[in-house]
Write a protein that binds this ligand. Structure first.
Ligand code: SF4
Length: 363
């Protein structure tokens, strides 16, 4: 009798039935970070309550695998608290370099051997030409930036002469960044039509002395408070990547929440040649997205603006920041570094179906 042919290949199994399948193990299938984020979302979205410091720290403690979920929650928070519009702004370095201060990240300090050339205050026509270019991009805000410790009387008068001309010729809201303000200067700028004043904290109080020694964190804070007291909107930015710890970034978010700015520009260190921070590595891109999301969770109602260093730090991840809490852009070049082409940023917003609009009045 012939022997039955031997079967080759893997042994046949009968189809598994429902009874054969392992029971759903929620602890394995559902990452624990979703529970943390769900609880934070309940506060921020359902009850519209700001997070406490320990709650924000619980989000910061999540690992890198949680970044996409963290970013998704931050985007929902931004939409719920600020709406869908993205604010576009142009900035102009109206007086570059030669600054007596020693901010260790800044190539405009006269104390460092950096390749930035000091230039005097631009004239009226140069400023107006830049403002018109900004308006043509659909921007709503134009910021005049001066590399000074603070404005002397002559500088203040030049600013006050330019503000109404820019506003009337272009329809743009005019912001100014001119350093530490002295007695009565905030009131004069407010009376002169300055809509928003920029003065960055840059970093946490506990880290500030390691990156600036010629003025104090408290002097910066005092100017920020004077800006608000005078009735201008406060734009108060940060710089990540100067050697601060996660705890100091959380400290900084708390300090900003206490100041209550309208706008927070997020800068990422672009190590400039000749400065004391020239040898530092830029922040990792995913880490930058994580902190954009955490700043949004901690500051749900601010205009959170992409500012300097995003091209270097984020590269191809730049669109991701706009779905992780960012709702404003500086377009064109920065003060001493080149930004990418404005058309690329406008195309990115169009691809994301994000409308351009003014935000300050709505938030
Ligand atoms: S950051 Fe501002 S104050 Fe500091 S050195 Fe640069 S221009 Fe001067």
């Amino acid at each position: 009798m012939a022997r039955p042919a031997r079967r080759v290949g893997p042994p046949q199994r009968s189809r598994p039935t429902a009874a054969d399948r392992p029971a759903y193990d929620a602890a394995v299938s559902r990452p624990a970070h979703l529970d943390v984020l769900h609880a934070l979302g309940e506060s921020l979205l359902s009850t519209r309550r700001r997070l406490s410091a320990p709650e924000l720290a619980s989000a910061a403690a999540l690992g890198p695998e949680a970044v996409p979920s963290l970013a998704a929650l931050a985007h929902e928070v931004r939409l719920a608290w600020c709406g869908p519009a993205v604010e576009v702004e142009g900035i102009l370095s109206a007086k570059t370099g030669g600054c007596p201060e020693d901010c260790h990240f800044c190539s405009q300090s006269s104390r460092f051997d950096s390749p930035v050339l000091a230039t005097p205050f631009l004239d009226r026509d140069e400023v107006l030409a830049a403002a018109r270019e900004t308006a043509a991009l659909g921007a709503s805000e134009f910021c005049l930036v001066l590399a000074v410790r603070g404005p002397d009387e002559r500088t203040l008068q030049r600013i006050l002469a330019l503000v109404p001309v820019i506003r009337d010729e272009t329809g743009l809201d005019v912001a100014v960044s001119a350093g530490i303000l002295g007695d009565g200067q905030a009131e004069r700028l407010a009376a002169g039509g300055v809509h928003r004043y920029n003065h960055n904290l840059e970093t946490a109080r506990s880290h500030f002395g390691r990156i600036v020694t010629t003025h104090t964190w408290e002097e910066r804070e005092a100017t920020c408070r004077a800006v608000k007291a005078a009735g201008m909107q406060l734009c108060c930015g940060v710089l990540l990547g100067t050697g601060e710890t996660d705890e100091q970034r959380l400290e900084l978010i708390g300090e900003l929440a206490d100041l209550g700015p309208t706008e927070v520009p997020m800068n990422f260190l672009d190590p400039r040649p000749g400065t004391p921070l020239a040898g530092r590595s830029p922040l990792d891109g995913l880490e930058a997205i994580r902190w954009i999301a955490l700043f949004r969770l901690g500051l749900p109602d601010v205009i959170l603006r992409y500012a300097g260093g995003r091209e270097l730090t984020l590269g191809e991840l730049q669109a991701l920041g706009l779905t992780a809490g960012i709702n404003a852009l500086i377009v064109g070049n920065y003060l001493t570094t080149l930004g990418r082409a404005p058309a690329d940023d406008l195309a990115m917003l169009e691809a994301l179906r994000m409308p351009i609009g003014a935000l300050g009045a709505a938030i």
